[in-house]
Design a protein around this ligand. Sequence first.
Ligand code: BGC
Length: 785
Amino acid sequence: MKIIVHQYFRLMLSTALVAGLLFGCTSTDNNKEVVLDNKGKANASILIDKATEQKIDSVLSLMTIDEKVGQLVQYNGGWDATGPSDSQGDQYKLEKLKKGEVGSMLNVTSVASIRETQRIVMENSRLKIPLIFGFDVIHGYKTIFPIPLGESASWDLNIIEQSAAIAAKEAAASGLNWTFAPMIDISRDARWGRVMEGGGEDTYLSTQIGVARIKGFQGNDLSKSNTIAACAKHFAGYGFAEAGRDYNTVSISEYDLHNVILPPFKAAAKAGVATFMNAFNDLNGIPATGHQYLQRDLLKGEWNWDGFVVSDWGSIGEMMAHGYARDTNHAGEIAIKAGSDMDMQSFTYEQSLKTLVEEDKISIDLIDDAVKRILKVKFQLGLFDDPYKYCNEALETQMVYSEENLAVARDVAKKSIVLLKNEKALLPISKDINSIAVIGPLANDKNSPLGNWRGKGVYNSAISLLDGVKAAVSEDTKIYFEQGVALTIPTVEPGKNQFSTALKFNTTDRSGIKKAVNAAKKAEIVLLAIGEDAYQSGEGRSFTDIGFKGLQMELLEAIHKVNKNIVIVLMNGRPMDLSRPTELVPSILECWHLGSQSGYAIADVLFGDYNPSGKLPVSFPHNVGQVPIYYNKKNTGRPSNATQITYSHYRDAPKTALYPFGFGLSYTEFTYSNLSLDKTEITTTGELKVAVTITNSGERAGEEVVQLYIRDLVASFVRPVKELKDFKKISLKPGESKDVIFTINAETLQFYTANKKWEVEPGEFDVWIGGSSTTALEERFRVVE
Ligand code: BGC
């Protein structure tokens, strides 16, 4: 019989601590075989689930309270190649690692560092329980993909899953086991810097995207060496920070919590996400970290989810600043009772939990439950089989930043671009054009396209727009490049990321504008790359002004005086105020922060190798005063007729967005026709089919995102005027037509009602199918008991 030594238990056996605890398990065929080093005992194949439970119990029974609390502790380790040093502030953490009183590390990266840190635990601690290593792999590890908001504009769940799978493969090859992604916070306020990190304003779209990302990271087997544990964050409400100010208080109704914010999390739990992260904000007065209803009643209770919850950075301790916990002990008590299993870097659990048990303030069962959840994920990852499983330098070199991965990054990037405006068909540009001016602070920027939260993306490693244009046009095309104005004034030495520093915008140096104007004069067409610096969005990057910082508008106005053929190549992490650019220029291409292959992907679209197919996952307002603005709003009692002052609108701005949710142009035209329902009445448990014909009535092949929206006309709670409920991305050759059929059933129609449950209420519903949230064919049907 084959004997595979089970690393953890071999170590355990060598210390003679667990003899006798492991045996007696039976085998089944549909479970993974785990063969123990049973020193000659035959047939030790075991049922993994049951056996894992038993192993977890056996490990738990051996643990002291300090070791148990230790499993709930996560430290930040900013150290490089050789692990923590003996000399500096790391000494404390080093001692804790040696004693086996740390469960996880974050921000330790590279095979060498991870192996060294794991070794400290495996060689010194009593029980040798492996660490789990986490890192923010948000949109790529080293091969950087578009920022999540940008990628969401592709509405292409396959490529979103693929990009997460590549990120997982690279991270795993570098020794990591766990990413703090996806962020599935719904956000409707462009002032909030973390808009860039999510799937946008819509619950349905964000839910689908969140699940795709989880599948990509985790695959269907966490024990494989190319998958890592995912983390659904931030639970919950963080994206609704009041006035878009990061970390701010969140006040929302129970109705919006259930209908708008929680569905992506519920779907993540159902999809088997291994971990959740709670949030910095308070939700209706209770910090999310200490929120029993969210974590215990809902997530671990009603949703029956069995992974573990990590706190956000320091958030357990921060409950004191919130004014919700009196002191460290109180904070620990609130958090553990609420269901926060792991303490990220607040040092609260290690200072409080043991005392709380000794003083009988909490039961040891709470700690045991948290430990078991953490051990379970470690087992699932295969860390007990081999704590160094992920540590393979050869794989790291081979897998990370490979040509193959970069090719996918280019594909995802081009599919994430949204064509917002294209008058006079200025785009696509012929590759044989005589002359082209490439202007702007972001035109040759190789750093901003990497965006914020760029993992191990290397400073200045992206393909710039200028690089992309050079590679695409014919040899005879003259390219005039001018930066015009700098966007920011460097505040760190060249070569270093500005991540933790405040951005300083250039508001005085106009010296390059004249040269830029001269370049624009000479060229047939101007590509103007403006927008946001990589670190203008992201955590802690809230702004009251979502316009163009510094002198960018001056540059645009100056160029516009000499050349009207301007294409704005917009690079940004949030919806921006595009009202003036929209007045001035014929073409605007929304290019977000597209990642490592940015310039090539943009050139693919500019020069027509790829017909843009992206659609906005967020509304772009006319100005900042309109935010929060989102398409699935509710009607007021005075909903229409903007000419009367008593109707609900602003006196100085339209009621609608400048570029609405779901909007995006193509180089071809799509015509929608024949919207039909197979029945006009169904019961609350019935279903109907809605069909529509889409025709490519233009001259280029293209892809279209066909979107289905509904409205529940009268309900026990006021329902939104329109809600996305399904979509399909299809491709059509010129002249080709396709029928697309959607199914509407209870899942489509239900919502969290006045009865405080998910149900379908009988009544009339409108249904629309179209290419955006504002243009669509419409029908009506009725739901009866
Ligand atoms: C963020 C989390 C992130 C964590 C670890 C926090 O500040 O809110 O999203 O995962 O840091 O880097």
